[in-house]
Design a protein around this ligand. Structure first.
Ligand code: PMP
Length: 414
């Protein structure tokens, strides 16, 4: 991949930023600096307008009506399945289950794939850097089945110790669940390498893609994993949208998790037969407007171009890390060789929440806390960190303002 010249990258990033109306607002009388995109991303006008157009022009329920509006709503909704299939390079649209987000996608795999096959003595393998959404569903499945959770460790730099992960793939392991990118450390895990190891042993691999897809191209077939979970609101789409990609043969073997309308073939009081995947897993009226918005977000990302987004973000990451490393008493958590622009840190003598509150008064939004990753906080021996998480719409000027504001609020706390 040839890197575009810095000036070209900057011009492209400025053009994209102009599509995000919220980024033009002030907070506490200061221009907003939004460094919390790993929590939820801002939305371009194209997404906001797509949702607005849906409610103004073709709001109807999907797959239930023969009238024109119903046909238009269904075609838009099902069209998003096609877009998602293209987005992750799925083998077919039937491999895409539309969910409310990653959390629902992982729970679906835990309940419909893992639990029916788990028994006492079996294990599920996760890593130290997982979000609670990729820990707790497995713990619940383990509690019900008598299986146990195993944990593959990371090193101090925040990188998964791949040899230890591979060693942990013993015959009792019935599924491995790994995040593609850590929401706290920004670490990009070597999923293709992990998938080669799990595949060799016949162990399905689930990948939590929440923090990966907003930053770089995801290709599930090239990765070689078995399940891939996405959440729409971090992908510049509406909240309450997401997807599970799974290999067709795995979905076919899974019983439904929720019962209700639209997931059946025939219902009799004597028993019900179910629709084929993916509809078998999509009971009830979905977030139709949200998915229409997600479709617009995927179109937006395609036009923006993943390569130029990634290049700009890597330049932002280098700038941010270099600036933070120069701050005395500042400790960065996560020094992996391959990262997205997510940086967690603490400053000696200053509480993370105090710093975040003071930075908010400077117009800077960033998250402080455990980031839904208690075990990772326990690994580093801290209760919380501050996290600056950037997206392609952020700028080098914002980083400079942020670092200057950090020095200012630190003096206030001294
Ligand atoms: N996994 C990771 C790595 C995340 O960062 C998040 C969101 N913070 C989730 C899972 C859960 O996503 P959602 O709440 O959108 O389902």
């Amino acid at each position: 991949m040839n890197a575009a010249p810095a000036a070209t990258r900057k011009a492209a990033a400025t053009r994209l930023r102009a599509d995000f109306p919220l980024l033009a607002r002030n907070v506490h009388g200061k221009p907003l600096i939004y460094f919390d995109s790993a929590n939820t991303a801002q939305k371009p006008a194209q997404v906001i307008e797509a949702v607005d157009r849906f409610y103004r022009e073709f709001n109807a329920n999907v797959a239930r009506a023969v009238h024109q509006l119903g046909a238009e709503a269904t075609s838009a909704y099902e069209g998003v399945r096609d877009k998602l299939a293209r987005f992750v390079n799925a083998g077919s649209r039937e491999e895409i289950v539309l969910t409310s987000g990653t959390t629902q996608a992982i729970n679906l795999v835990a309940w419909s794939h893992a639990l029916p096959n788990l028994k006492a003595g079996d294990s599920i393998l996760v890593t130290t850097m997982e979000h609670h959404a990729n820990i707790v569903p497995w713990q619940l499945a383990c509690e019900r089945s008598g299986a146990q959770l195993k944990v593959a460790p990371i090193d101090e730099r925040g990188e998964l110790i791949v040899e230890r992960f591979i060693e942990a793939l013993t015959p009792d392991v019935k599924l491995a669940a790994v995040t593609h990118v850590s929401n706290v450390l920004g670490t990009i895990n070597p999923i293709a390498e992990l998938a080669r190891a799990t595949r060799k042993r016949g162990i399905p691999l689930l990948v939590d893609g929440s923090q990966a897809a907003p930053h770089f191209k995801v290709d599930v077939r090239a990765l070689g994993c078995d399940f891939y979970a996405l959440t729409g609101h971090k992908l510049f789409g509406p909240t309450g949208t997401g997807a599970l990609w799974a290999r067709k043969e795995l979905l076919r073997a899974m019983p439904p998790m929720f019962g209700g309308g639209e997931m059946i073939r025939e219902v009799r009081f004597s028993g019900t037969t179910f629709a084929d995947p993916p509809h078998r897993f999509e009971a009830g009226t979905p977030n139709i407007a949200g998915f229409v918005g997600l479709g617009a977000a995927l179109d937006y990302l395609e036009v923006a171009g993943h390569e130029s987004v990634t290049q700009h973000e890597q330049a932002l990451l280098a700038h941010l890390q270099d600036s933070l490393r120069a701050v005395p008493g500042l400790r960065i958590f996560g020094q992996a060789a391959h990262k997205v622009p997510v940086v967690s840190f603490l400053i000696e003598g200053a509480h993370a929440h105090d710093l975040a509150t003071l930075l908010d008064h400077e117009g800077i939004a960033l998250r402080s806390g455990h980031h839904c990753a208690h075990p990772l906080m326990q690994f580093y021996g801290v209760p919380a960190t501050l996290r600056a998480s950037l997206a392609f719409y952020n700028t080098h000027e914002e980083i400079e303002h942020f670092v200057a504001a950090l020095a200012k609020v630190r003096r206030l706390l001294a």
